[in-house]
Design a protein around this ligand. Structure first.
Ligand SMILES: [Zn+2]
Length: 105
């Protein structure tokens, strides 16, 4: 008799399905909040190469990992960092994504 109650309690499971288009590993993001990274970045600002290595711009630079962390690059090694402007950082990140996906960058 009581066996027909199962259908009643089926709370909407569809609601929980959030879009997960870009899923960066959280590990990489935490690095940029860390004291080690901030200290490295501050120190690198005083270096002679404080300009975009591609175009020479000094406007809103991003300290880039030459070999990305997710590709095995060392996190806090100054030699694995370079300054890039936003445009060229975006292009490099895009190219690395394509390479990773097996496409020709
Ligand atoms: Zn640039």
């Amino acid at each position: 008799m009581a066996g027909k109650r199962r259908l009643v309690s089926a709370p909407g499971r569809l609601v929980a399905a959030k879009p997960r288009l870009v899923s960066k590993p959280k590990v990489a993001e935490q690095i940029y909040q860390s004291p080690e990274w901030r200290a490295l970045r501050e120190a690198r600002r005083k270096d002679a190469d404080y300009h975009c290595v591609v175009c020479g711009s000094k406007h809103r630079l991003i300290l880039d990992h030459i070999i990305e962390i997710r590709d095995g690059g060392p996190k806090f090694e100054p030699k694995n960092t370079q300054w890039l402007c936003r445009v060229h950082h975006g292009l490099k990140t895009e190219a690395a994504k394509r390479t990773r996906a097996g496409l020709v960058g």
